[in-house]
Write a protein that binds this ligand. Structure first.
Ligand SMILES: Cc1cc2nc3c(=O)[nH]c(=O)nc-3n(C[C@H](O)[C@H](O)[C@H](O)COP(=O)(O)O)c2cc1C
Length: 206
């Protein structure tokens, strides 16, 4: 059970498990959003402390983590591997709600990456082989040629390239935000000092 520092958490914020709340909100968003309800703005910092952000698709909300997939040699991957930390925000215009997450990050197992990779279309799988994500490209034709070459080489059932896989963000902080009347929005933040610690839930001024 979380430690509760406010007296009136309820409605869409109710529950003892922030991952279950996040899952429930995402399910509502799937029914309401035009597309990509699982898009998150993933935030990292580079070696000089300069922030960086880009969208990726959240592929799983686990019992204690948030999982996305990418190229392990991309800029984002270098940044998260160097710091071991990441944050993301997801916002649904249709629901007027936001979730923010901050935590530690690490690669998922090869087996989990394989399972997800093999669930993707052959076209997407070839793309993962062909794209040297985040590195310069002279022209689009080069990428298309590379994709064709890889398709011919790999055949109809390409396996996962070693440079591609998942990351799991294990949060130390999760904040749920919901639009309220007259800009009096509702905000609850779940914080824990360590992954093993209990959550402390606080209502924050909007
Ligand atoms: C809606 C949306 C979803 C995206 N999903 C992913 C994704 O799941 N994985 C990924 O590697 N890039 C995804 N991208 C592309 C990234 O935003 C980004 O351009 C790319 O990963 C390179 O980022 P980096 O150079 O910072 O590593 C997505 C872009 C958009 C707009």
């Amino acid at each position: 059970m979380p430690t509760e520092l406010s007296s009136d958490r309820g409605g869409v914020f109710a529950g003892d498990d922030p991952f279950a709340i996040a899952k429930a909100w995402l399910e509502e968003a799937k029914a309401a959003e035009v597309n990509d309800p699982n898009a998150i703005a993933l935030s990292t910092v580079d070696s000089s402390g300069m922030p960086n952000a880009r969208m990726v698709l959240l592929k799983d909300i686990e019992d204690d983590g948030f999982v996305f997939f990418t190229n392990y040699t991309s800029t984002k991957a270098s940044e998260v591997l160097a710091t071991g930390k990441a944050a993301f925000v997801m916002h649904w215009k249709s629901l007027r709600r936001q979730i923010r997450v901050r935590g530690t990050i690490s690669k998922v197992s090869d087996a989990d990456s394989d399972t997800y990779f093999l669930s993707r279309s052959v076209f997407s799988r070839v793309g993962a082989w062909a794209s040297d994500q985040s590195s310069p490209l002279d022209n689009r034709g080069q990428l298309e040629q590379q994709a064709k070459k890889m398709k011919d080489e790999l055949g109809d059932d390409p396996g996962r390239p070693p440079h591609w896989g998942g990351f799991r963000i294990t949060p130390l902080e999760i904040e749920f935000w919901c639009d309220g009347p007259d800009r009096l929005h509702d905000r609850f933040t779940w914080r824990r000092d360590a992954v093993q610690s209990d959550w402390i839930v606080t209502r924050l001024n909007p």
